[in-house]
Write a protein that binds this ligand. Structure first.
Ligand SMILES: Nc1ncnc2c1ncn2[C@@H]1O[C@H](COP(=O)(O)OP(=O)(O)OP(=O)(O)O)[C@@H](O)[C@H]1O
Ligand SMILES: [Mg+2]
Length: 244
């Protein structure tokens, strides 16, 4: 059984008769580096939200880590990390970086809901891995966009997810931060955790086989394995054809 299995799913934000994702079938296995490409409004973000149960699945079968996404969305979200595309923290948000990263552990806390030594260690490790030790005591709303992005990545690493979804994770990051993040993602993939990343920029992908999915108008128009070097051309070509 694959870790993500979507079979003929339709998903809708509003009425069931207005599906965004249409008849989509996709399987993702452990250790895969998946890139989702395609033009604006193709349904890439909606696909990620379908995987972790944030949008209604009206037809078809969706399981993640063996759990039915429609019925067990809450359980699925405990196992799935999700770095969202657009977020905004009010400048007066009262949580520090350290606290936000620690919140990544909340789905794992036991009955008493008190963090254990292991939880603190996982949060510290994530902060160190992303290299944001100097931001630990600052409140998140006072950080720059790229710094906030790093905090959200650390939050999701602290979670130690079974699957990591990232929506445009590189958009706010400078060149060296992008390279660094690619290294972190590569490490996760090598450890078996599948990465599913939506992106419009494909330079700097690690030199490994990529499971490339191209979307257009809520459907998958390409689902192939390819080298990281050919991703950009394939996405450009499939998107261009559609635009004409
Ligand atoms: N919360 C929502 N309620 C209603 N419709 C939505 C919602 N979010 C997205 N949509 C619609 O779903 C379609 C797909 O949007 P989605 O955000 O999945 O596209 P995308 O491929 O991620 O695009 P982009 O590259 O611009 O991020 C769009 O037509 C959009 O208007
Ligand atoms: Mg999007």
């Amino acid at each position: 059984m694959s870790i993500i299995e979507l079979e003929g799913i339709y998903t809708a934000y509003e009425g069931d008769d207005k599906p965004i994702i249409k008849d989509l079938t996709l399987r993702i296995d452990r250790g895969e580096y998946v890139v989702i490409g395609g033009p604006n409004s193709a349904g890439k973000t909606t696909l990620l939200e379908s995987i972790n149960g944030l949008v209604k699945i009206t037809h078809g079968r969706a399981t993640v880590c063996g759990l039915d996404v429609g019925r067990k969305g809450h359980e699925v979200r405990k196992k799935v990390g999700y770095v969202v595309q657009n977020f905004y923290f009010d400048p007066f948000t009262p949580f520090t970086t350290e606290q936000v990263v620690m919140m990544g552990r909340y789905g794992r806390l036991g009955l008493l809901k008190r963090p254990s030594e292991a939880d603190y260690r996982a949060a510290e490790r994530a902060i160190r891995l992303v290299g944001i030790e100097d931001l630990a005591q600052k409140t998140i709303g006072t950080l720059s966009g790229g710094q906030q992005q790093k905090v959200m990545i650390a939050h999701n690493l602290a979670k130690e997810p079974e699957v990591l979804l990232l929506d445009e994770p590189f958009s706010n990051l400078d060149f060296s931060a992008r390279e660094y993040l690619q290294g972190i993602l590569l490490g996760l993939v090598k450890g078996g955790t599948p990465i599913v990343t939506v992106s419009h920029a494909f330079d700097g992908l690690p030199d490994i086989r990529i499971h490339l999915v191209v979307m257009n108008d809520g459907r998958i128009t390409k689902d192939i394995e390819c080298s990281s070097r050919s991703v950009e051309d394939i996405v450009r070509e499939s998107s261009f054809k559609r635009a004409m």
